[in-house]
Design a protein around this ligand. Structure first.
Ligand code: SAM
Ligand code: DTB
Ligand code: SF4
Length: 344
């Protein structure tokens, strides 16, 4: 089923993968063993190889700037252990109902003026319901598209029909993260399953919306769990166009509040391995940049990251200031990428 798009050999320049690749089952583009070999290779070598692949598939000086907006905040019935928006944890996040259309479009206009080309709207929902709130989100998508921005939503689980309505409204991308490996998922979330996530991803794909799917480093998962998540992503029937790699933002009141910060080398290994497995994807250095120095982030760009979320807030947690990112772009010689998806 997947053999058509399966590469005959491993990542360009990695010797010793040919025989292994030829022996693999046809429904698997990448084996866990291959991914583990990449992930565990000496880190400078891994960065170098990923950088080569990055340069072959993308302009390495171009970084897409995305802006997030929480259009419906907090009060979520799910129990994701990392999330400050889950109603069951006592966090500083205050629940807010679905924003008014005009306020969302004003934020999108600001995002465009600050140089962003992709606008991502998040809602703290378990799933989308067919009601007037969904109708309003569809209007938000139409409005964001009219501004010439790529439009992305992350709203929880979706049916096939809901995905088609989002597509008809002009949605470019849907973010729905797998977060971790299938084995570790139950340690982090109990109110839905990995298969629920995969089902929504399939609805998104079937509707012709591009898939944005990644995960979080620092949940207490093992290297094997990180490899397991990348294995799932790289072997989806079609790999995601967009892969956000988040470092956990440990928020007081959540069960993961005391998790130690993620070592930068773990982020680098995840990003570089994702880049090698999914050469054409946008690999997004997502949550957690506030704890990273400029040089930490430079390592992530060298390893193949080519997008960030900008603006002083992610969904509910702080993010570097816009002028700080502007200085970083100048120092590193990076430029803001035009919209990757044709707009208008
Ligand atoms: N409710 C929807 C859902 O879960 O799909 C959409 C919003 S949810 C906040 C979007 C993603 O943000 C999650 O899948 C998770 O990967 C990421 N996220 C949430 N809290 C985070 C945290 N504290 N640190 C890092 N990433 C986080
Ligand atoms: C993704 O993978 N990371 C973004 C976006 N997709 C929606 C969200 C990060 C949220 C971090 C915690 C917060 O600010 O609430
Ligand atoms: Fe709800 Fe999404 Fe947070 Fe989970 S990650 S608690 S589904 S808002």
């Amino acid at each position: 089923m997947l053999s058509a798009s399966r590469p005959a050999v491993g990542p360009d320049g990695f010797p010793g993968f040919e025989a292994h690749a030829a022996m693999k089952a046809i429904d698997e583009r990448w084996t866990r063993e291959q991914i583990a070999a990449l992930y565990h290779s000496p880190v400078l070598d891994l960065i170098g190889r990923a950088g080569e692949v990055h340069r072959r598939h993308h302009d390495p000086s171009s970084v897409q700037v995305c802006v997030l907006l929480s259009v419906k905040t907090g009060g979520c019935p799910e129990d994701c252990a990392y999330c400050p928006q889950a109603a069951r944890y006592q966090t500083a996040v205050e629940a807010d109902p679905l924003m008014a259309l005009d306020d969302v479009l004003a934020a999108a206009r600001n995002a465009r003026e600050s140089g962003a080309t992709r606008f991502c709207m998040g809602a703290a929902w378990r799933e989308v319901k067919d009601n007037s709130q969904f109708d309003r989100v569809l209007d938000m998508v139409r409005g964001v598209k009219d501004l010439g921005l790529e439009a992305c939503c992350t709203l929880g689980m979706l049916s096939g029909a809901q995905a088609r309505r989002l597509k008809d409204a002009g949605l470019d991308a849907y973010n729905h993260n797998l977060d971790t490996s299938p084995e570790y998922y139950g340690e982090v979330i109990s109110t839905r399953t990995y298969d629920d996530r995969l089902e929504t991803l399939q609805h998104v794909r079937d509707a012709g919306i591009t898939v944005c799917c990644g995960g979080i480093v620092g949940l207490g998962e093992s290297d094997d769990d990180r490899i397991g998540m990348l294995h799932t992503l790289a072997n989806l029937p079609e790999p995601p166009e967009s892969v956000p790699i988040n470092a956990l933002v440990a928020v007081e009141g959540t069960p993961l509040a005391e998790r130690p910060p993620v070592p930068i080398w773990d982020m680098v290994r995840m990003i570089a391995t994702a880049r090698l497995l999914m050469p054409d994807a946008m690999v997004r250095l997502s949550a957690g940049r506030l704890n990273m120095t400029e040089s930490d982030q430079a390592l992530c760009f060298l390893a193949g990251a080519n997008s960030i979320f900008a603006g002083d807030k992610l969904l509910t947690t702080p993010n570097p200031q816009v002028d700080q990112d502007a200085r970083m772009f100048k120092t590193l010689g990076l430029k803001s990428m035009p919209a990757a998806i044709p707009v208008g």
